[in-house]
Ligand binder design. Structure first.
Ligand code: CU
Ligand code: CU
Length: 513
């Protein structure tokens, strides 16, 4: 209008100016109660006339409440006004409006709200009913996304649009770029890694001792049993001087080995620790039923849930958290094995060990000291920095967690891959696997005399071998680049030399490749 004075009469201008003022006032007084009609009128009035009202910019307020567990799985729901009850409502404002968005945390788990273009970030909301407000001026017309940045939340539905209506004011507007958006849009993505925070001096040793294996069920009949698992989020030692925020079953990686008998009736009780930031669940591959139980065990912090299943088939099965982002929860440590033994129990051996492989997607490169961040983009790209047995780099090469056996003993290893993505080519350097229960099938005859065996993510194997020669044997994934990213374990065999099987006059120089 100002640009084209010849086309509008002065009275028209005054009329629109009054209308604009009216709606500015309306918006200011009733905040998020503003109506669509009001927005539409204001939109029309403001077009091209931002200069008129620059000093009297409207304050537009919206309130959103986070919601979990409906459809979509996670969302923001409008509170008050036109958007009341609307899932992921479109928020409509005019160029130049001062926008105030309040987020109420609808559940006691971690969420936030971000509109990158306007550098609007609520920061973390953790407790139920906690609120945070962002305020910014909608300086540039366009459609922008608001979303939750907790890994997986945006992907399962925590997002909506902010529609800034009106014409470009001609000003150059600084638009923030998080790197996430650019990468998702296909732009070249190699943003510099964020600096690691200081390592958590109180970080726990999260690696489970591979000797932590419950006793065989033996020769008993089917029973009804209860298995209690607790989900625990904690800072743990990923490598020497390096810590990471783990999610676990029971505070260790992998979670406790569960051992039952075929035809047992198992009540699985999952409790989510009070101070968790996220909800969790459990999917056991030994379960026949929806989601492997996950759909019945989505538990908020401080809550418990349970379901009962019959263990129909013997095998060594992976269990894992199935809460979005599932891959994020798994890479952070939420996996374990449940062994369903056949009738009569598994044949006794001298030593049993429990090992699981995973890979870790940190934002900082392998070997960076400090508290490392999880990188959602690296996970999507399947570009891990760390590969781990039992949760931490080199954990099973340390004295406390190395495997031990004596010459002449038979060793059984329950080996699973939590992943979430990488297949393992499991190998024991210097040994031949006498028996491989391929893919952890305990009802098929084992393969014999295997050098390296494949284990898929979400899969397992059971291997057995007799140790004949003393020395140090190294457990690896024979995709050996991963050895240099933390993936190794030791089996120390003690006993008399066995020159008939192995002999050298040289002094040993390590034991590896
Ligand atoms: Cu969220
Ligand atoms: Cu989880």
């Amino acid at each position: 209008m100002l640009n084209e004075p010849g086309r509008k009469s002065v009275s028209t201008m005054v009329f629109w100016f009054v209308i604009v003022l009216f709606f500015m006032l309306l918006a200011g007084v009733i905040g998020n109660e503003r109506s669509n009609a009001a927005q539409n009128s204001a939109r029309g009035a403001l077009t091209g006339s931002a200069a008129n009202v620059a000093d009297e910019a409207a304050v537009v307020e919206y309130t959103l409440r986070t919601r979990i567990g409906e459809n979509p799985a996670m969302a923001y729901v409008g509170v008050g006004g036109d958007i009341d009850g609307v899932v992921n409502p479109a928020l409509v404002v005019n160029v130049g409006d001062k926008v105030r968005i309040t987020v109420i945390n609808g559940d006691p788990t971690l969420h936030d709200l971000n509109i990158d273009a306007f550098n609007a970030h609520t920061g973390e909301l953790v407790a139920a009913e906690q609120t945070a407000t962002v305020e910014f001026v909608a300086t540039q017309a366009g459609m922008y996304e608001y979303y939750c940045s907790v890994p997986g939340h945006r992907e399962v539905g925590m997002k909506g649009t902010l529609d800034v209506v009106g014409e470009h004011t001609g000003q150059v507007v600084q638009v923030a770029d998080t790197g996430y958006t650019a990468a998702a849009a296909g732009a070249p993505s190699s943003p510099a890694a964020p600096a690691a925070g200081p390592a958590d001096a109180a970080a726990a040793i999260i690696s489970r001792n591979p000797a932590d294996v419950p006793p065989t069920v033996g020769d008993r009949g089917p029973q009804t049993i209860e298995v209690d698992l607790e989900t625990v989020e904690l800072n743990g030692v990923l490598a020497d001087g390096t810590t990471y925020r783990y999610m676990t079953f029971g505070g260790q990686v992998p979670g406790p080995m569960v051992r039952v008998r075929v035809d047992d009736t198992v009540t699985l009780v999952l409790h989510n620790q009070e101070d968790s930031q996220l909800s969790h669940s459990i999917d056991l591959h030994a379960v026949t039923g929806p989601g492997g139980g996950a759909v019945y065990t989505a538990v908020m912090p401080g809550e418990s849930a349970s379901f009962t299943f019959k263990a129909l088939a013997p095998g060594v099965y992976v269990y894992h958290c199935a809460t979005p982002s599932v891959a994020h929860h798994i890479t952070s440590g939420m996996y374990g094995l449940i062994v369903v033994e056949p009738e009569g129990g598994l044949p006794p051996v001298d030593r049993e060990y429990y090992i699981m492989q995973g890979e870790m997607y940190t934002a900082q490169p392998f070997g960076t000291p400090g508290q490392l961040d999880f990188s959602y983009q690296a996970m999507l790209d399947e570009q891990p920095q760390y590969y781990v047995f039992n949760g931490a780099a080199g954990a099973l090469t340390q004295d406390a967690f190395a495997l031990h056996a004596n010459v002449g003993e038979t060793v059984r290893i329950y080996f699973g891959v939590g992943g979430p993505n990488a297949i393992s080519s499991f190998h024991v350097i210097g040994e031949i696997l006498d028996r491989v229960y391929d893919l952890a099938s305990l009802t098929s005859p084992p393969m014999t005399n295997v050098q390296t065996t494949l284990v898929p993510p979400g899969g397992a194997t059971m291997v057995e071998f007799k140790v004949e020669v003393p020395g140090r044997y190294i457990l690896v994934d024979h995709a050996l680049s991963r050895l240099e990213r933390g993936l190794a374990g030791y089996l120390i065999v003690d006993g008399e030399a066995n020159p008939e099987i192995f002999f050298s006059e040289e002094a040993p120089d390590g034991s590896g490749h």
